[in-house]
Design a binder for this molecule. Sequence first.
Ligand code: P6P
Length: 332
Amino acid sequence: MQKTLTQYLVEQQRHQQLSPDVRLLLEVVARACKTIGSAVGKGALGGVLGSQGTENVQGETQKKLDVISNDILLKANEWGGQLAAMASEEMDTIYKIPQHYPQGKYLLLFDPLDGSSNIDVNVSIGTIFSILKAPDDVMGREVTEADFMQPGRQQVAAGYALYGPQTLLVLTLGNGVVCFTLDRELGSWILTQENIRIPAETKEFSINMSNMRHWDTPVRQYIEDCLAGETGPRGKNFNMRWVASMVAEVHRILQRGGIFLYPWDKREPNKPGKLRLMYEANPMSMIIEQAGGAAVDTVNRILDIQPSQLHQRVSVVLGSKDEVETFKKYFS
Ligand code: P6P
């Protein structure tokens, strides 16, 4: 008998790994991801491709599906009573739970559709989500952005949905990483991988090579040494992959190891990197660490970074533990 997401979460709750509120919250987020996956899957038939003609807080042009996915997550999660507020890559400020719904104890953060430059060319994209516990005193007052300013190590749960050849849901509750595959006929998330472990070593790196001339010297030296192959300082040949969807890169690393890099570069010298800490780097770093990998901002553990702004950016180097340690030596 195949184990569904519901059965898995009920069992985790029974073993005190999960509060009832978080269990319900995860069920609703997973259901919302099914809806997003369905909209993504319709493509041109659903009239959802192309640009919305607006920009998000990042100054990025919003795709129709960015806005649709964001709305799906807001509407699915606002009424349940588990949340105090939500935050999204697609919204300037936090989304407070409307007065006519009960306010809960948790905070939900998400990138509703990561990799949206791939939507119109039918390449895998995904939804990334992170759950934090709101401060205890939040029940009697207005929620503010400050309540979200918690380091990633305080996340209660993190996960992503991957809309690819299969539709997958990868989840960690802080005791390992599991993967569910959507049975599209039944509409059920079926447990297909438990206790996912990332190989400590790898021969595969993932970086946007077109930015090479803009990188900091240690990053450039690290990549040049990988490119030098078995006759170079690394003594082995490397392969390269770049999907331009972080969800797809992270999932590949979970399955076969690898190192993903999106470092600072001098195109925007005042920004520490391109990726966002709160709803991209933190949830992905929790998943990677829970699967035995490592995640740093080139030097420091990402999950230890104390946030100061909701949409702050960060350099990201994550994946196979030994390879991340090798990379860090280039900065010492
Ligand atoms: P570039 C997608 O827009 C994203 O935020 C990540 O999912 C992805 O890894 C990265 O940006 C791709 O960036 O500069 O290669 O388009």
